[in-house]
Design a protein around this ligand. Structure first.
Ligand code: KG4
Ligand code: ZN
Length: 341
């Protein structure tokens, strides 16, 4: 099978469109990115310290037709599109609806099938883009231990195949990306905080302060980040003159060590053959390095999408759309803010 998919993503503060050709079956799908555009609203939400749903909606409404007019300037690809894939959840519902309505109208006018996709599956499946570069057989990958780490989620999965997985654990409160964002704010850095903390950490000593790593030694695969954020808050209140770079580096160490620790335990328990890292926080080089090291030490493979496919994008939505066609998976075409995986 070969299909050209138009992916549409509007779940949070990125409006994104992509044209991706998927081919192959559920054992070994491959993807060719024909065009990809992302319009980030970061500058618009920055003064508010986070994403404002109705502002996001307004921007998506404005940006969708603009991106659509730019995605295929010669007009040759859009004619060949086989299906339109759109994120139906999880995310901000007013934002999700803008993409869904746009996709619905497009599918109707072009008489193409509309495929609802799960944003989290988009993040997860983006590892295939790294896998296909390495030319490895499926037998050398599964079972895999996957970490989906973003601004809204912190999930650990055991994957048996590209369509069968089990959720081992998740955060009980804040997501890890949310903790990065909140700590950055405490240190007077703008939203989104992840890249700021990462940059600042490069100049700091990650052993300067011993921040807690909640649930690290609990015999489950869940996470908790609100306690870590609160201890940084109290620490800054009590030690306002402390070196911010040291605080950032020590926080980053605590936030990432616990992820690596639990991934390592899952790898051992389930005899994982590979580690998959995806979602916005996967852009963090320190986390990537630690997991890379773990994979070397354990003789397992490590997959992580390239930077532009870690944070929200529509390539991953087109990829997930193609996978849904292969899996015969049909999500209802309506916004579902709390959709799980
Ligand atoms: O996947 P994503 O773009 O959106 C959601 O689905 O949430 O993830 C955004 C999150 C934000 O919390 C952002 O601070 C975090 O990913 N992030 C990072 C880095 N780049 C983005 N966190 C740590 N280090 C980074 N370099
Ligand atoms: Zn995301």
């Amino acid at each position: 099978m070969k299909k050209l998919i138009l992916g549409i993503e509007t779940s949070c503060d990125e409006t994104a469109l992509a044209l991706v050709e998927g081919s192959g079956d559920l054992k070994k799908p491959t993807f060719k990115i024909k065009a990809a555009l992302v319009n980030s609203q970061i500058a618009i939400h920055q003064p508010f310290g986070g994403v404002v749903p109705n502002l996001a909606k307004r921007e998506h409404l404005k940006n969708l037709p603009i991106l659509f007019s730019q995605i295929d300037p010669k007009g040759t690809l859009l004619k060949k599109v086989d299906a339109v894939a759109v994120t139906v959840g999880p995310g901000l519902e007013p934002a999700l609806w803008t993409g869904i309505e746009f996709a619905k109208a497009l599918a109707k006018s072009t008489k193409k099938p509309l495929v609802g996709t799960n944003h989290l599956e988009g993040h997860l499946y983006s590892f295939i883009l790294d896998w296909q570069k390495k030319r490895l057989k499926p037998g050398t990958i599964f079972p895999a231990i996957a970490l989906i780490v973003s601004g809204g989620h912190t999930i650990l999965l055991k994957m048996e195949s590209l369509y069968k997985w089990k959720r081992l654990g998740e955060t009980r409160d804040d997501a890890v990306g949310e903790a990065f964002d909140k700590v950055a704010r405490l240190l007077d850095f703008p939203y989104p905080g992840g890249p700021e903390i990462e940059k600042l950490s490069l100049e700091g000593n990650d052993l300067a302060f011993d921040f807690p790593q909640p649930m690290k030694y609990d015999k489950n695969y869940d996470f908790s980040y609100s306690g870590l954020k609160t201890s940084v808050l109290y620490f800054m209140r009590d030690n306002p003159a402390s070196n911010k770079a040291d605080v950032a580096a020590s926080f980053q160490k605590a936030a990432t060590d616990v992820l690596v620790h639990k991934a390592q335990r899952a790898l051992k328990e389930f005899k994982g053959k590979s580690i998959i890292l995806c979602g916005g926080v996967a852009a963090n080089k320190s986390l990537r390095k630690k997991l890379q090291k773990l994979s070397k030490e354990t003789g397992t493979r490590f997959f992580v999408p390239e930077f532009k496919h870690n944070t929200d994008n529509a390539v991953m939505i087109a990829v997930a759309g193609y996978m849904n066609i292969l899996r015969k998976k049909k999500y209802p075409i309506r916004a579902n803010g709390n959709m799980g995986i």
